[in-house]
Design a protein. Structure first.
Lengths: 114, 112
């Protein structure tokens, strides 16, 4: 059974703090993704990675960075948290290539920036 | 540009009513289409997917969806909903970039 885990379910941070969100998958997936989920906006892609040390910007990368030092781990970094980054953050992973490449999601981290 | 639009943002039904959630996409190439569901407090999980072949796709928990290429649609249906179907439903498209593009989501509330 595929498992994608995220380091925290709930997080409260202050404006200006540096925030790290961690995601780990146990299925040897090449691709990993970070989304944010907001009511009425669905899921929007922040960054994704298709290999170790590789990353690409998604649709809303501003204010975020990522790190992928190991295949199983993909970190999302908020360099200086702001209140408009209060959101639910979802990590996902999938195999590279064709076929039934559905994405598997983690439980999410609800981040509140005060 | 690739996009996905879900028409219904909030749907309220009584148990045993039939369900149809609309999903339209904008993309001219070969598409892979998905419906994901997020039950309260749970992970986003796959309901069903369309890659090719039979345009009527059956998923888990009695859900099905029909891909109509001429209408750029992939509507989700269930003949008789249950209270346990209360959740948020997302339609998604995977186009040539390999990335998923999600619709805005539809919140379904089923009254017992």
């Amino acid at each position: 059974d595929v498992k994608v885990t995220q380091s925290s379910r709930y997080l409260v941070k202050r404006t200006g703090e540096k925030v790290f969100l961690e995601c780990v998958q146990d299925m040897d997936h090449e691709n990993m993704f970070w989304y944010r989920q907001d009511p009425g906006l669905g899921l929007r892609l922040i960054y994704f990675s298709y290999d170790v040390k590789m990353k690409e910007k998604g649709d809303i990368p501003e204010g975020y960075s990522v790190s992928r030092e190991k295949k199983e781990r993909f970190s999302l970094i908020l360099e200086s948290a702001s209140t408009n980054q209060t959101s639910m953050y979802l990590c996902a992973s999938t195999f590279l290539g064709q076929g039934t490449t559905e994405q598997y999601f983690g439980p999410g981290t609800r981040l509140t920036v005060t | 540009a690739q996009s996905v639009s879900q028409h219904n943002h909030h749907v309220i039904l009584s148990e045993a009513a039939s369900l149809e959630l609309g999903c339209n996409y904008s993309y001219g190439g070969t598409v892979n289409l998905f419906w994901y569901v997020q039950y309260p407090g749970q992970h986003l999980q796959l309901l069903l997917k369309y890659f090719s072949g039979d345009p009527l796709v059956k998923g888990i928990k009695g859900f099905e969806a029909e891909f109509i290429k001429s209408k750029f649609s992939f509507n989700l249906r269930k003949p008789s909903v249950q209270w346990s179907d209360t959740a948020e439903y997302f339609c998604a498209l995977r186009g040539n970039t390999g990335k998923l593009i999600f619709g805005q989501g539809t919140t379904l509330q089923v009254k017992p």
